[in-house]
Design a protein around this ligand. Structure first.
Ligand code: MCA
Ligand code: AMP
Length: 474
């Protein structure tokens, strides 16, 4: 069966089946233009896509998928260091971007491919096998450059079908969100989900409360920051009362935001949990209980278990905490070129170690308690490795040493705070700009604290918990 069932299966065709930041395409237009992309990329080892939130991005991604070429979304604001790593590591031969977007890949051997929405092709491509790679998605670990998670087409299909069942998501829905198109949430769920189920898609551009209120959808996706900004605007929030389902994910939804959202819109939000590597694995259900602070039950086909630090099973008693491990059809195939990371991430019996600490109730409901490592930060729903930001800071000539933590933040969940030992005259703003230029803008520190030295233990390891405890005060 085709991955993009609704796109290729002749569902009803509204002129604005897909609307992104005010520009619309029908499914027929999308299919014609994407097939023209497929004709140009067929046979390439991988297709990188400069993933601005645009109809061109969707056209390029669909073109790659039609031709059976692995798609590698590139964050549009990624600086040279991050972009070069993604392009080289993935082996992409082409970087797709909108016609008129003059941005060069900056990497020798990677050719630009301009996506022209007026092109059409009617070539028919055989559906690639389910176990071929659909995507390589780059995601941060605690240290080093981002790793490419290799995601099979059948994993995407299995996840979208399980979510459609959990959320009663159908072609009758209009999906609304304003999330970036280079991650699982915005791209795999938020775009491919619409092209598989047949629902209309309205992408609002930046996910503002007024943009969500004006979109008139039935199914809304957001990260917790989006929902907490929405409830701060009660008039906008009230306009979501006509929706069917509000879904939160990518980071913990604070209980007060859950409650305000329920009060202002009349809808208790659905919470779901996942990772780039596993796609979405656990969710509350459209027809089930939606409990604040809980992400619900495993999706169809997904298995979960808790394991203690000693490797022993942890009971599902609603109290005992353990590392959450997952298995099932939505799991990725491994990290590209990183056997070391694979060895750390998979158990001998084939389960994936999420690195998240959780509690499972006797009723099967899952509660995510936190992350095992302080070095993986979630800010605004973005996953950021402390080590990558520290390395970028250390590249600055006036930085002797740096330690990065995720400090609790009302708006972003966690905010990146950098403790820097200077080695010459430098300001916090200069360092913030330095990181934003080299990595992605969302990886920049929100606060830089200049310190004479970093607290370390006897082994020389930075005491991050101490920095966090002092965080607000310094
Ligand atoms: C600010 N800007 C700068 C600088 N400071 N630019 C350069 N240098 C600087 N020093 C500019 C930015 O370019 C941007 O400009 C603007 O300021 C604001 O950027 P930012 O502060 O990052 O935006 P924000 O308002 O804080 O963003 C909040 C947000 C965002 C919209 C909620 O965090 C977001 O989109 N989060 C979603 C993350 C996500 O989708 N995660 C899913 C991962 P300009 O306006 O020009 O752009 S997938 C996942 O987790 C799984 C599988 C799951 O479970 O879903
Ligand atoms: P990413 O790979 O960017 O998708 O980040 C995955 C991580 O986001 C997970 O390992 C969790 O730490 C976090 N996460 C995703 N969804 C939730 C949720 N509903 N509640 C708490 N944490 C979440």
């Amino acid at each position: 069966m085709a991955l993009l069932t609704a796109l290729q299966g002749g569902f009803g065709d509204a002129a604005d089946a897909l609307r992104i930041d005010g520009r619309a395409l029908s499914r027929e237009e999308l299919l014609g233009a994407a097939t023209a992309v497929a004709d140009r990329v067929a046979g390439a080892p991988a297709l990188a896509v400069l993933a601005r939130a645009s109809v061109e991005t969707v056209t390029a991604v669909v073109g790659g998928l039609l031709a059976g070429v692995p798609v590698v979304p590139v964050p549009p604001d990624s600086g040279p260091k991050e972009r070069e790593h993604i392009l080289r590591d993935s082996g992409a031969a082409l970087l797709a971007r909108a016609v008129g977007d003059s941005e060069d890949s900056g990497v020798g051997g990677v050719k630009g491919l301009a996506v022209d929405l007026t092109e059409r092709s009617a070539t028919t491509y055989a559906e690639p096998a389910g176990d071929t790679t659909g995507f390589v998605l780059y995601t941060s670990g605690t240290t080093g450059a981002p790793k490419g998670a290799v995601i099979r087409r059948e994993a995407v299909a299995a996840d979208l079908d399980a979510l459609a069942s959990a959320w009663q998501w159908t072609a009758e829905d209009t999906l609304v969100h304003g999330l970036p198109l280079f991650h699982v949430h915005g791209l795999l769920l938020g775009v491919l989900g619409a092209l598989r189920t047949g629902s209309r898609l309205v992408h609002t551009g930046r996910p503002s409360p007024t943009g969500y209120a004006a979109a008139g959808g039935s199914l809304y996706f957001g990260v917790p920051t989006v929902w907490s900004r929405l409830v701060a605007d009660p008039e906008a929030a009230a306009r979501l009362a006509s929706a069917r389902l509000l879904v939160s994910g990518s980071a913990p939804l604070p209980v007060p935001v859950f409650e305000k959202l329920a009060a202002l819109t009349g809808h208790a939000p659905i919470e779901r949990y996942g990772m780039t590597e596993s796609l979405i694995t656990v969710s509350t259900r459209a027809d089930g209980e939606r409990r604040p602070g809980s992400v619900g039950l495993p999706l169809d086909g997904v298995r979960t278990r808790l394991v203690g630090e000693d490797g022993a099973p942890v009971p599902s008693d609603g109290e005992s905490v353990g590392e959450l491990q997952v298995a099932g059809p939505t799991l990725f195939s491994g990290y590209l070129n990183r056997p070391d990371a694979d060895a750390e991430s998979w158990t001998a019996d084939g389960w994936f170690r999420t690195g998240d600490v959780a509690v499972i109730g006797e009723d099967g409901f899952h509660r995510i308690v936190g992350r095992a490592s302080v070095d993986l930060i979630k800010s605004g729903g973005y996953r950021i490795g402390a080590g990558e930001v520290e390395a970028a800071l250390r590249d600055h000539p006036a930085v002797a040493d740096a330690a990065v933590v995720g400090a609790p933040d009302e708006d972003l969940g966690q905010a990146i705070v950098a403790y820097v030992v200077p080695d010459g005259p430098v300001t916090g703003d200069q360092l913030t700009a330095f990181v934003a230029e080299r990595l992605s803008v969302h990886k920049r520190p929100r606060r830089v604290v200049l310190v004479p030295e970093l607290p370390r233990n006897a082994m020389g390891k930075v005491l991050k918990k101490q920095l966090l405890a002092e965080g607000g005060k310094r």
